[in-house]
Structures are given as structure tokens and as C-alpha cells.
Design a binder for this molecule. Sequence first.
Ligand code: SAH
Length: 220
Amino acid sequence: MNVTGARRGRRLALVEKLKARGIQAPRLLAAFGQVPRHLFVEEALADQAYEDCSLPLGEKQTISQPSMVALMLSLLAVKPTDRVLEIGTGSGYQTALLGHLADQVYSMERIAALARPASRRLREMGLTNVHVKTFDGTYGWRDRAPFQGIIVTAGAPKIPRTLAEQLAEGGRMVVPVGEPGTQVLKRIFRDGTGFRVEDHGTCQFVPLIGRFGWEESGGR
Ligand code: SAH
């Protein structure tokens, strides 16, 4: 089998693994089957791209573990008509999945050396509905708000109020909240009367650094 065929095989095996872990949404599983994760990691790590593990992506940041991405995206419950805000583009892998699931995706990354290649990769894949901006995502993206979904892929000290305010009515936000080393995955719903918060287990993300996150010195 050639390299492309072998990678496709491994990608489909990853989809089966996600199914075995309880991920059911057909559109989500289809997106995992379509997005070539090996193109989002350094070439030397491409052979590990379909293992269920996080990998270094440079600038002291990591591309999240596929099963964690799957859990977060299933909690976000993206509809094809949704406008979604993502904080922490990183490699752009989750951004690409969102591009398959949502109508429009707005993604913010504070490190330009990550945002630029991620944006280029997404463009080369023909994902014209994703928009990447280099900026502190804790401010949100006010002139594109409100969002039906907001997903934060870095650990926040508390639920970022500025982001919650950019949720549409009926919108969901998924965000890890806690200490720099360990957080609780939270889902926040906004309805007509206010916000409702659920806990979904512990997780470990790199710190969310910015005006409404951690201070620069506490993180990188
Ligand atoms: N979803 C990414 C995960 C990247 S790790 C992937 O799968 O590749 C988290 C990312 O959040 C890092 O790239 C980090 O630079 C970024 N980040 C941290 N604080 C941020 C902020 N305030 N605004 C935007 N991005 C931020």
C-alpha cells in the first residue's frame, strides 16, 4: 500500500477508536474521516498523527489529542447553519474540522508564527469558510458576534465573561477552566434568562494567555 492509502487507513482506524469511545454524531465522525491530521503536524511526526495523543506543534504549544477534540466538538453540538468562534487556532486541525461542521468559522490565535501557517494550510485545503485572525482571543471577535458556538482550546483561569457575552441565545461555549496544569472542561449554555454551566471532567490544556486570561509571565 502507498503512503496515502496507509494514512487513510490509519485515519479510518482513528474514527473507529472514537466510535468505541462513545462518539456517535455521524457528521462529526465524517469530519474526522476527512481532515488529514498528518498535514497539521511537523513532517517528522506525521507517522504519529493518527494515534490518539497530543503532539508538539512548536512555540511551546500542542495539538490536542483527537479524543479530547471529539469530546469538545460533541459538547459544542455544531449545526450546519452555525457561526462558530474558536480561540487557539494552533495547528488549525480543529479549525478544519469546524470548517466541515459549521457555516462560518472565526478562529483567533495570539502567536502569529502559528496563525500564519495554519491559515495557509486551511486555504490550501479549500476551506473558504474559515477566517483566522492573529489577536488575543480573550476579547472575542465582536464585529462577527453573536456566535452559536464558542470553543476555547486553552485553559482559562475563569469563564471568560467577554466571550460568554458574544454567545447567541441558544448558544454553547466549551472551555477548560482551572489552574495552569489542570482544568475542568465546562459547557456554558446561554438562553433567554441567562447562563447555565455544566462540568465535563478534567483535562490539561496550555494556558489561555491574554487580557481576560493568564498573564504572559505565568504561562509561556
Ligand atoms: N486547537 C489547537 C490547539 C492549540 S494549543 C490544535 O489542535 O492545534 C492552544 C493554542 O491557544 C496555542 O496555539 C496558543 O498560542 C493559543 N492561545 C493561548 N492563549 C490565547 C489567546 N488569548 N488568544 C488566542 N490564542 C491563544
